[in-house]
Design a protein around this ligand. Structure first.
Ligand code: UDP
Ligand code: MG
Length: 317
């Protein structure tokens, strides 16, 4: 941590970066150009989430150019959520902004975000995607599905929401006071209910490299997000079970009727349907239970969310 006597900067920027070596220099230049123009006191923390390329070396190379630039490197890839958390724990700013390292979150939005925060109008300024830029059709579909599912199950509206947001110190301290290990930053800030001012931005194309999200990761994120914000799926199994009971009751009446009227034996079809339906419903139910069990397991283990490999410049320890 930084020495106590140092005054907290007005603005801290947290930049999670995974394999961003190629575009990092350009990104930092754009960022600092804007920052210098809109605030006198700032710090920028790039959190290298265990990149496998030269991100860390590039970052260290950039340190001499920017006095307020800091870096932290994980021992391995722990994921963007962990990187954001690491950043939140490091920074001391009175306003904290999280933004991507690939240039997709335009730094030119910062002056406006700061203005809104300074005016005291809101404690969170959430940048919302006006368009999805160069996202592929698949990515758009995934996002739609994810947001729709989240709204249905957790009641949190994340449509257009991005991780690009400014938070007042109070919001950051609140988030840090949560004991939970499994985190979903975007949802968490919405959940806190602090006054939020949305502003629109056009998603820019990446400076370099490619997005590192795939459908499997997004599915995992969706499961994490849902299991940490809602127990509704558990209630759904219960209701499905009830429905099954009613159906079984009706079938029982039908079976009794055919038996009494001596037209039995039929029923192969209904039997098959019942077996198939309840067989798969059972598995589905166990799957949902499993997802919550896994969530509880993660929380109970209480392992650290990430491990820090190195901090630069080193005197900043
Ligand atoms: N990122 C990260 N860890 C990961 C994956 C991504 O810190 O495991 C960072 C990445 O470097 C970028 C941001 O998270 O700054 C968003 O990632 P990306 O551009 O791949 O996602 P997209 O823009 O497609 O949502
Ligand atoms: Mg991106």
């Amino acid at each position: 941590m930084n020495p106590q006597h140092e005054v907290a900067p007005e603005v801290s920027i947290i930049v999670p970066a995974f394999n961003e070596a190629e575009g990092l220099a350009v990104f930092l230049q754009q960022l600092f150009d804007v920052l210098r123009g809109c605030t006198a006191s700032h710090e920028v923390w790039v959190i290298d989430d265990g990149s496998r390329d030269a991100t860390w070396e590039r970052l260290k190379g950039e340190l001499p150019h920017y006095a307020s630039l800091r870096g932290l490197r994980f021992t391995r890839n722990f994921g963007k959520e962990a990187a954001i958390l690491a950043g939140l724990r490091q920074v001391r700013g009175r306003a904290v902004v999280v933004m991507d390292a690939d240039g997709q979150h335009p730094a030119t939005l910062l002056p406006e975000m700061l203005e809104i925060w300074r005016s005291g109008k809101a404690q969170i300024v959430a940048a919302q995607k006006a368009n999805r830029g160069t996202d592929s059709l698949m990515a758009r579909f995934n996002a739609k599905l994810f947001n729709g599912l989240m709204r249905m199950v957790t009641g949190l509206d994340l449509e257009g929401a991005s991780d690009f947001r400014l938070m007042d110190r109070r919001v950051v301290d609140t988030l840090l006071s949560f004991p939970e290990k499994v985190r979903f930053f975007r949802g968490m800030t919405v959940w806190t209910g602090f006054t939020t001012e949305p502003i629109q931005f056009d998603v820019a194309p990446r400076i370099a490299g490619a997005s590192s999200w795939n459908t499997a990761q997004l599915t995992r994120l969706a499961i994490t997000a849902i299991t940490s914000y809602s127990a509704k799926p558990l209630g759904m199994i219960f209701r499905l079970g009830l429905l099954g009971m009613v159906a079984a009751g009706l079938l029982f009446v039908q079976a009794m009727y055919s038996w009494l009227t001596h037209i039995a034996v039929s029923g192969w079809t209904s039997m098959t349907v019942v077996v198939l339906f309840f067989g798969s419903a059972n598995l589905l139910g166990i799957g949902v239970l499993g997802a919550y069990l896994a969530q509880i397991f993660e929380e109970i283990k209480a392992r650290p969310e990430f491990l820090v490999g190195e901090i630069a410049p080193q005197s900043e320890k």
